[in-house]
Design a protein around this ligand. Structure first.
Ligand code: ADP
Ligand code: MG
Length: 253
């Protein structure tokens, strides 16, 4: 097939914490419009891979290219500014801000601090735009009824939803989600699935760390499997169960 340049291309990436070599010689490419599942046993390096790609952890070696540009050594806020957003496995929320305030604050984090320099009418316009977008996204992610509660009072699942809302406030082209349905009530889970599929239909590329195989089969077109910091497979979800190296990763070969 015609190989258009990948949206995200990671080469020879390495990351260690002290003597613990958590990622070693990681190569991967994500095409525009893909929904890729990132799998692997606990501790295999999935969250660390997301952290290094999004600049939350510095890389030791290798490169990360996004839309043809090297982003491997940019600060996290610069990477967000390029259109790469992420959510966290365990979202933490500020104590004193309401749900809608947290979502609106995410907009200024994405758009950079220049907006904070706006005064008067321009500032009010920017705030109104952020409020409108937050209102729409909170509705889409079923948080309208809690929008004025303190964000810290939300359930674990609702915090995950708010994390997705915050990531979407910056209109990313690439969204990376760390276990979006873990601990989420089954009723909400299906709404998350539908929302992610809808975002993808609108053109967003998704990389999703997830353990739930049912979710993977429902949502992902391709899976990448990590085992002790190495990528050991890239295959369709239905091929996972017959892949030797995947079985070995989970059974501890
Ligand atoms: P996964 O998300 O696949 O469960 P992680 O990326 O969270 O795995 O962790 C991989 C390894 O890296 C683990 O051994 C973990 O203890 C270690 N690790 C992750 N983050 C840090 C950190 N900030 N400092 C030290 N060690 C870390
Ligand atoms: Mg993790």
């Amino acid at each position: 097939h015609v190989s258009s340049p990948a949206l995200l291309e990671v080469s020879s990436l390495a990351k260690a914490f002290g003597g613990n070599r958590v990622l070693q010689d990681v190569h991967l490419a994500i095409g525009r419009g893909e929904i890729v599942g990132l799998l692997g046993p606990n501790g295999s390096g999935k969250s660390t891979l997301l952290n290094t790609i999004t600049g939350f952890e510095a890389i030791d070696a290798g490169s990360v290219r996004y839309a043809g540009q090297e982003i491997g050594r940019l600060a996290a806020h610069r990477i967000v500014g390029q259109g790469v957003a992420r959510t966290f496995q365990l979202p933490s929320m500020p104590q004193k801000m309401s749900v809608i305030e947290v979502a609106m604050a995410a907009a200024s984090a994405h758009h950079g601090f220049w907006e904070t320099l706006l005064r008067g009418r321009a500032a009010r316009r920017a705030e109104q735009a952020a409020r409108d977008k937050a209102t729409r996204l909170l509705d889409e992610f079923l948080l309208t009824h809690v929008r004025d509660l303190p964000a810290s009072a939300l359930s674990g699942g609702q915090k995950k939803l708010l994390g997705i809302v915050c990531a979407l406030m910056g209109d990313p082209q690439l969204l990376m989600l760390d276990e979006p349905t873990a601990g989420v009530h089954p009723n909400l889970r299906n709404d998350i699935v539908q929302a992610l599929l809808r975002l993808n239909r609108q053109g967003m590329t998704l990389v999703i760390v997830e353990h739930d195989m049912h979710f993977i089969r429902e949502v992902c077109s391709r899976c990448i499997v990590l085992d002790r910091g190495h990528i050991v497979a890239s295959c369709a979800p239905q091929e996972l169960s017959s892949n030797e190296r995947v079985l070995q990763a989970y059974l501890g070969g």
